[in-house]
Write a protein that binds this ligand. Structure first.
Ligand code: GUN
Length: 283
C-alpha cells in the first residue's frame, strides 16, 4: 500500500506558483483573490484562514470580506459586483455554505465567470461537462492532479464516487469522464452502496461521515481517495474511510489530514494564477 501524499505535492505546487508570481511581479502584475465569508461557522473560518495563509506564502494578494450572518442578499450581491469591477482582483470566492435566507445560486451566478476561481458558476460547470477549458472546482482538480502525479491511469477504469454534491461529486464525475473512465456516482438514495464500491478500481468518497467506508466495501488493490474532513469529539480530524483497516486492502490511499485537503488549497492558488494570467494576457 502506498500513500498518496497530497501534502508533499501541494508543497511542490506552491513552490512553482511562488516562482510564477515573482515572474508576473516583474511585469507589475500581482494575482489577487477576494474571499467572502458570511457568518461565523468555525469550519468555514478555518478554511478561509488556510486559503489566506496559502496566498501569503505564494505572494498572491488576498483580501477577506467578513460579513455578518444576517447580511441581506442585496449587500452580498453589491460586494460581488464591486469585486467584479476591481482590477486588482482576479479571483472571487464565496465560502459555502451560506445562511438559509440567502439564495446560493443567485450569489454564485453573480460572480463574473472569468473571476470564478471556485468554478461553481454554471458557465464553468457547463464547460467542464463539455470538456472545455474553464475553472475547475479546487477539490476535484486536486484529486485528479494527485492521481496523475502518481501515474495512476484513468482510462477505462471503474471509478465510483460516493457523494453527488455540486462542489465535489458532480464536477469530479465529469473530470473522470473526460479522462475516459467509467463513472458511477453514488448518493444518499443509492441502494446497496457496498455493491457499487466493491466494483471500484478507484473509489472517491466525499460525504462527511467517519468510517462510512469499511474494508469489506473495497476491492483488493483498489485506489482510495478520501475527500471527507470530519472533526471527532476528541478533536481528531478523520476522513470518511476507516483508514487503518481499508489501507491493508488497497494499493493507494490518501491520508486525512495530508491528502486531498492540501491539494484543494494548492488548486485554488493555481486557479487564481490562471485567472491573473488570462486577465493580463490582454494588455
Ligand atoms: N465549502 C466547502 N468546500 C468549499 C470550497 O471548495 N469552496 C467554497 N467556496 N466553499 C466551500
Amino acid at each position: 500500500m502506498q500513500i498518496l501524499d497530497g501534502k508533499a505535492l501541494a508543497q511542490n505546487i506552491e513552490n512553482a506558483i511562488q516562482q510564477e508570481v515573482q515572474i508576473l511581479n516583474k511585469r507589475n502584475v500581482t494575482p489577487g483573490l477576494a474571499v467572502i465569508l458570511v457568518g461565523n461557522d468555525p469550519a468555514s473560518q478555518s478554511y478561509v484562514n488556510m486559503k489566506a495563509k496559502a496566498c501569503k506564502r505564494t505572494g498572491i494578494y488576498s483580501i477577506t470580506h467578513e460579513m455578518p450572518e444576517n447580511i441581506q442578499q442585496e449587500s452580498l450581491l453589491q460586494t460581488i459586483a464591486m469585486l467584479n469591477q476591481n482590477p486588482n482582483i482576479d479571483g472571487i470566492l464565496v465560502q459555502l455554505p451560506l445562511p438559509k435566507h440567502i439564495n446560493t445560486t443567485a450569489v454564485l451566478e453573480a460572480i463574473a465567470p472569468q473571476k470564478d476561481v471556485d468554478g461553481f458558476h454554471p458557465f464553468n460547470m457547463g464547460r467542464i461537462f463539455a470538456n472545455l477549458d474553464g475553472f475547475i472546482p479546487a477539490t476535484p482538480l486536486g484529486v485528479i492532479t494527485l492521481l496523475k502525479h502518481y501515474n495512476v491511469s484513468l482510462q477505462g477504469k471503474n471509478v465510483v464516487i460516493v457523494g453527488a454534491s455540486n462542489i465535489v461529486g458532480k464536477p469530479l464525475s465529469a473530470l473522470f469522464l473526460n479522462e475516459n473512465a467509467t463513472v458511477t456516482l453514488c448518493h444518499i438514495y443509492t441502494q446497496n452502496l457496498a455493491k457499487h464500491t466493491k466494483e471500484a478500481d478507484i473509489l472517491c468518497v466525499a460525504v462527511g461521515k467517519p468510517n462510512l467506508i469499511t474494508k469489506e466495501m473495497i476491492k483488493e488493490g483498489a485506489i482510495v481517495v478520501d475527500i471527507g474532513i470530519n472533526k471527532l469529539s476528541d478533536g481528531r480530524i478523520v476522513g470518511d474511510v476507516d483508514f487503518s483497516n481499508v489501507s491493508t486492502q488497497c494499493s493507494f490511499i490518501t491520508p486525512v489530514p495530508g491528502g486531498v485537503g492540501p491539494m484543494t488549497i494548492a488548486s485554488l492558488l493555481q486557479n487564481t494564477l490562471k485567472a491573473a494570467k488570462l486577465r493580463t494576457k490582454k494588455y
